[in-house]
Design a protein around this ligand. Structure first.
Ligand SMILES: Cc1cc2nc3c(=O)[nH]c(=O)nc-3n(C[C@H](O)[C@H](O)[C@H](O)COP(=O)(O)OP(=O)(O)OC[C@H]3O[C@@H](n4cnc5c(N)ncnc54)[C@H](O)[C@@H]3O)c2cc1C
Length: 473
């Protein structure tokens, strides 16, 4: 079966955040867009589904954003989904035993807006607070360059105390970048701390979707249909070949089973490992050999989500950072998602980032560990009954932003004419996040329209610094 394509037809392969943002931007500017996605739903690594063991619709893992994610927010605006994000300007850190530290902005201008909360924080001693202030001051004027140094080494060099690391640097960074501190580039660590805590209160606030992820990103399908685009789910691309091997600029043929999709241009919006799997079908040239070598250097890091349903409420908090434990974040889904509010059970999701120690463990072992630890923070767990549970191990959750990774992240231009690269791993200046996915999609759409002779801009500006940070930027 052959599907026809008109002039300026663009096929976007991959329906994650990168593919959806590229497809929506290109559809908006009059291209004839076709989106091909292997799974029965869009959203890629940010999606929800009916969990077979519990019968509940769950997110593959809780996803959060910060105010600084301007392009992701722009995608929500396009999709009419801004009202599905709830914003929080406070973070509650809890120690075993229940002692709480509240980090939230005050009336003081940036970068001092969270300093009053730090001064008041019981989770840190005076010397921890001095150490944190000294460390943060290194990011006042700029984000460091991407050198060979890792962030654990940087913390030692900047005289950080053990508790400052355990109660601040580690929990913030491991959840933001999903890696151990000795495998994180100082550039991306500096970016997280400068943008979340110094730049402005708006940049650092946290957004949490109030609907399942597939409801959020599924809106893109209606958006594309309304602009005359095609969306083909359950369509796994197996090969991409030039229409004419001698003149690849004429166009491309995309193969999926017995279906063939001809296309003038292609956006490959895939994870790095999925792209590596398609490379053998594409023409070999010097650029493609280099790309294959670069892709082989990316490494994954896992995230584990532990979903628990209790017969009664175990906490009135909506979310919290859990210190000195394996479990790192608590999200009270019964409060965060209206769909769960009317359920009798209290639905809690616990998140463990960089969860290498959990990957080899059995489901029940992980649930037992989570229940034991959770009771140390919330004694009410001891009198509650666990009604059901699910453990979701995402072994290929994100790539590690190791020192010097930027050297091998390619831009949107590919080694082949008319083919563009997108994906959170490409050169966006952001770590493995939804924002990076959307930026990469917009950048690929910009490169494509540039080659087609138009000067379309899709990337939106960053948030400006506020208060005294204007003087430092
Ligand atoms: C457990 C977990 C928690 C996370 N938490 C956060 C968070 O809190 N905040 C945040 O910002 N980010 C988070 N992330 C990261 C974020 O989800 C990703 O960075 C982002 O979704 C990547 O989008 P992408 O489009 O680049 O890639 P993907 O989402 O991987 O999209 C690629 C798409 O291509 C499809 N595909 C693959 N091969 C083919 C083929 N041959 N043919 C057709 N289609 C194909 C895939 O099915 C997929 O839909 C998390 C990720 C995980 C897994």
């Amino acid at each position: 079966m052959t599907e026809t394509a008109g002039p300026q037809s663009v096929t976007v392969i991959g329906g994650g955040l990168a593919g959806l943002s590229a497809a929506c931007a290109l559809a908006d500017t009059g291209h004839k867009v076709r989106l091909l996605e292997r799974r029965p739903y869009v959203g890629g690594r940010a999606s929800s589904y009916e969990h077979p063991g519990t019968g509940e619709v769950i997110d593959n893992c809780q996803h959060v954003l910060i105010g600084r994610c301007t392009n992701l927010i722009d995608l929500y605006r396009r999709l009419g989904a801004l009202d599905s994000i709830r914003w929080y300007d406070h973070f509650t850190f809890i120690e075993p035993g229940g002692r709480r530290t509240l980090l939230q902005p005050s009336f003081l201008p940036a970068p001092l807006h969270t300093s009053l909360a730090f001064l008041d924080a019981p989770a840190f001693s005076i010397s921890d607070k001095f150490a944190i202030a000294r460390g943060m001051s290194a990011f006042l004027t700029r984000i460091p360059d991407d050198t060979d140094e890792n962030f654990a080494h940087w913390l030692a060099r900047h005289g950080q105390t053990k508790r400052a690391i355990d109660h601040f640097w580690h929990p913030v960074l491991v959840s933001a970048l999903n890696e151990d501190l000795d495998r994180i580039s100082i550039k991306y660590a500096g970016k997280v701390f400068r943008e979340s805590f110094l730049l402005s209160p708006d940049a650092g606030r946290m957004g949490i979707p109030s609907v399942p992820l597939s409801d959020l990103y599924g809106r893109a399908i209606d958006y594309l249909h309304a602009r005359g685009s095609e969306v083909h789910l359950r369509t796994s691309v197996e090969a991409i070949e030039p229409v004419d091997m001698a003149e690849p600029e004429i166009g491309w043929i995309i193969r999926s089973g017995d279906r063939i999709f001809p296309s003038d241009a292609v956006v490959l919006a895939l994870s790095f490992e999925a792209l590596a799997g398609l490379l053998p079908s594409l023409p070999r040239n010097a650029g493609s050999k280099q790309l294959a070598a670069d892709l082989a250097q990316f490494e994954h890091s896992p995230i584990t989500g532990i979903h628990l349903w209790f017969d009664r409420e175990i906490t009135d908090l909506e979310h919290a950072v859990l210190l000195d434990a394996t479990i790192q974040w608590l999200f009270n889904k019964s409060k965060l998602q209206p769909a769960h509010r009317d359920q009798q059970e209290n639905y809690i999701e616990l998140v463990v980032s960089a969860s290498k120690s959990l990957v080899p463990m059995q489901r029940q072992e992980i649930i037992d560990l989570a229940m034991r630890e959770l009771a140390q923070f919330f004694p009410s767990v001891n009198s509650a009954n666990l009604v059901k549970a699910a453990v979701v191990k995402e072994v290929r959750a994100t790539y590690s932003v190791r020192p010097r990774l930027d050297r091998i992240r390619p831009g949107a231009e590919s080694p082949w004419p008319g083919i563009y690269l997108a994906g959170d791993w490409t050169a966006t200046g952001w770590p493995s996040t939804m924002e990076s996915g959307v930026r990469s999609g917009y950048l690929a759409a910009e490169a494509l329209s540039r080659d087609a002779g138009a000067v379309e801009k899709f990337l939106v500006p960053d948030l400006p610094p506020a208060g005294l940070m204007r003087l430092f930027s």
